[in-house]
Design a protein around this ligand. Structure first.
Ligand SMILES: [Zn+2]
Length: 466
């Protein structure tokens, strides 16, 4: 017995570098704990954007990659400005197939600490959850990707595709990290076939994973800043030249505008896929979504779901309003910001023209606040989607994979422009209510059990993709 095990160890030690297919088993429990610790340390690096501070995060990731013998580079520091950076690493395969890129953004949105029950950057574990800004969006995914790639290397999985790891700055504000990376480093991306980043949105309810989403489409943000100019004066003498009531009247018309409901091929497929979860008549409504939207009862039920409503129409959320900063002063101007999200195939110029006609006041001036990205259209079937399907079936044959539209913007369209097929994968099982409240909200958290599940899931996707 003793003799055999020594022999086995010797063989493994000598043959592993020559025969990469002789894989070493992964200790999944140990990997889960290690991943949790790395994520905790990563959460503690405050990368609130602005200012971002992603250079510290990039150095942290590079330190881990260096220790594992995976070559990593900190890039674009000059272009991104003080304290900012992108990171790039590559685990080499034999090059038989084109590479796959695992991409995440290092920055996070600001917090309102008074609404949190713990320090958002403390890396606190409470009631079985790791709390922290970025656990869901998207440091958790970034570390699941990192540790899955490291586990692939450690276990000696034979790679037909290189695995590229990219961490970008500034996704939450101007997306300059990805834009600069794609513009400057075509050479690093030219062999990349698939990329995956955020934008999945799995369905997980009542402790049951219902489907895994491979995000294949996304809405486009065209944020607008509205300004009405007026004449400043004393609040004790009301005038017609107060810009505040004018702005409010225009905003009220915009807020009551019911944009038309419209289907795209991706959303039609999505509703068809999920119809199985619902009893009649809802099942038939979703199976035949086009006619259901003409039925008032079905339509009312469908748009009552905030996600379904958002993938069926162009949406406008009124988020920022500014008038006077003093109660007794009529201000020189009043302004507001609109968070507008268009369906991927919507013509932006036509939409803005319609928005202005709804506002119906030429004294309201509109300025764009965001760079309008190209629309994301990735194929709903591919080797990547098949690899995800295999990884899902290994876990539960009842769970299926669908390819829905994502309502928020990601860096996928930027990578798509480099000739890469970009998808969204969320490697965790998170109830939709928790995503809705935690992402960009308060008490963002990830179940500790999810961390091990996620790293194993990404590992299996990468293995099946070889
Ligand atoms: Zn994000």
């Amino acid at each position: 017995m003793m003799r055999t095990s020594i022999l086995a160890v010797c063989c493994l030690a000598f043959s592993a570098p020559l025969h990469a297919q002789s894989t070493r088993p992964v200790d999944w429990n140990a990997l889960a704990s290690e991943t949790q610790q790395v994520l905790t340390d990563y959460i503690r690096i405050n990368t609130t954007n602005p200012p971002g501070n992603e250079l510290a995060a990039a150095r942290f990731l590079k330190g881990i990659l260096d220790r594992e013998g995976i070559e990593a580079m900190i890039l674009d520091t000059a272009e991104l400005g003080a304290g900012r950076a992108n990171l790039y690493a590559r685990l080499k395969g034999n090059g038989t197939k084109r590479a796959v890129a695992l991409i995440h953004h290092m920055d996070v949105v600001p917090v309102a600490p008074q609404y949190w029950s713990v320090d958002p950057f403390g890396g606190i574990v409470k009631d079985g959850y790791l709390y922290g800004r970025g656990t869901l969006d998207m440091k958790g995914s970034g570390i699941a990707q990192l540790m899955a790639m490291i586990a692939i290397k450690r276990s000696g999985v034979a790679l037909n595709r290189d695995i590229v790891y990219i961490a970008n700055a500034d996704e939450e504000l101007g997306s300059r990290g990805a834009l600069i990376f794609v513009e400057k480093h075509q050479d690093l991306l030219k062999d990349v076939e698939f990329a995956t980043t955020e934008g999945g949105d799995n369905s997980y309810e009542n402790g049951q994973l219902r489907y895994v989403a491979v995000g294949a489409a996304e809405k486009r943000a065209i944020w607008q800043h509205l300004v009405v100019k007026g004449v400043p004066s004393h609040g004790s003498r009301p005038t017609k030249r107060n810009p505040v009531p004018k702005l409010i009247a225009a905003l009220d018309r915009i807020a009551h505008w019911e944009t038309p409901l419209r289907l795209t091929p991706v959303t039609t497929k999505y509703f068809h896929d999920i119809a199985r979860f619902y009893p009649e008549p809802k099942r038939s409504w979703l199976m035949n979504i086009s006619s259901a939207l003409k039925n008032p009862k079905a339509r009312e039920w469908i748009v009552s779901d905030v996600y379904w409503n958002a993938v069926l129409r162009n949406t406008i959320s009124l988020t920022v309003v500014n008038g006077s900063n003093k109660t007794n002063v009529i201000p020189a101007e009043a302004s507001a910001d609109l968070d507008i999200r268009l369906l991927p195939d919507q013509d932006t110029t036509a939409f803005l023209a319609e928005l202005k006609s709804v506002a119906a006041d030429t004294s309201v001036h509109f300025t764009g606040l965001s760079i309008v990205k190209p629309s994301l259209a990735s194929p709903p079937t591919s080797a990547f989607v098949s690899a995800v399907e295999r990884a899902v079936k290994d876990r539960d044959p009842k769970v299926f994979v669908t390819t829905p539209m994502y309502t928020a913007a990601t860096d996928r369209p930027t990578y798509q422009r480099a000739g890469i097929i970009a998808y969204g994968i969320d490697p965790f099982k998170v109830p939709s209510a928790e995503l809705q409240s935690g992402m960009h909200g308060n008490d963002e958290r990830l179940a500790v059990a999810n961390i091990g599940w996620g790293v194993h899931f990404v590992y299996d996707i990468l293995r099946h993709l070889q």
